[in-house]
Design a protein around this ligand. Structure first.
Ligand code: SAM
Length: 216
């Protein structure tokens, strides 16, 4: 059982207020993030970092995303209960917990074997029923397509064709696209089998999306 003290809860409330102040409007996203004990991803020596609005190293050269980024992407994805969602870049599993608690039937894929092993063992111990995969998510997850929604939590050089192909009509893909330094957050909605509408949001800075349809 994870300890969630009044101190943790107080720090988390302040973080949620900060996200609201920065413009996150989705009450559902704020409510879900307000309940998840992000400090479970931090070793004791770094606990005070858990509720700061910043990314943090999780080993293997990767990071747990900044809370604002998780909130922003989750808000854009607009998960409805029962949506079949693919997350690319499992990492720590924090974003996966948020999507699950928003009601997603979640599939998540991680490139790095060690991170995949760690997170796919950890989240089920907390009671999370999520389907974990190891591999190159830049190509999506063809054996389980189509998806209502796809979220990419690493920066891509271009929009991978496979991800568009694996979306249902009416579904959307939230993905940061750009160069090594910064990426524009995009939401692409598959309006018909052949048409996509594109919305462009703010710039972010992600670790690179590796693989065949990423930075290979
Ligand atoms: N969603 C994560 C979280 O909540 O901690 C964020 C993790 S980090 C910002 C991005 C992750 O994407 C890293 O764990 C990285 O190994 C992974 N990644 C990079 N390229 C990938 C690919 N082609 N397929 C799957 N995962 C990939």
């Amino acid at each position: 059982m994870v300890e969630d003290s009044y101190k943790h809860q107080g720090m988390r409330r302040r973080l949620i207020q900060k996200l609201r102040d920065k413009g996150i409007e989705s009450a559902r996203v704020l409510e879900v993030m307000g309940k998840i004990p992000r400090h479970i991803f931090f070793e004791n020596a770094f606990l005070e970092h858990a509720y700061q609005d910043k990314a943090f190293p999780i080993g293997h050269g990767q990071t747990i995303s900044q809370p604002y980024t998780v909130a922003f992407q989750s808000q854009l994805l607009n998960v409805q209960a029962g949506d079949k969602v693919l997350e690319i870049g499992t990492g720590s599993g924090y974003q996966a917990m948020v999507l699950h608690d928003l009601g997603a039937k979640l599939y998540t894929i991680e490139y790095q074997q060690a991170l995949y092993e760690r997170t796919s063992a950890f989240l089920p111990k907390l009671g999370y029923k999520i389907s974990f995969f190891q591999g190159d998510g830049s190509k999506g997850l063809a054996i389980h397509e189509p998806f209502d929604k796809i979220i990419v939590t690493a920066g891509a050089p271009t929009v991978p064709n496979s991800l568009i192909a694996q979306l249902k009509v009416g579904g959307c893909l939230v993905i940061p696209v750009g160069d090594n330094n910064k990426q524009q957050m995009l939401r692409l909605t598959k309006t018909t089998e052949k048409e996509i509408s594109k919305e462009v949001f703010a710039d972010f800075s992600f670790v690179p999306l590796k693989g065949d349809e990423g930075w290979n």
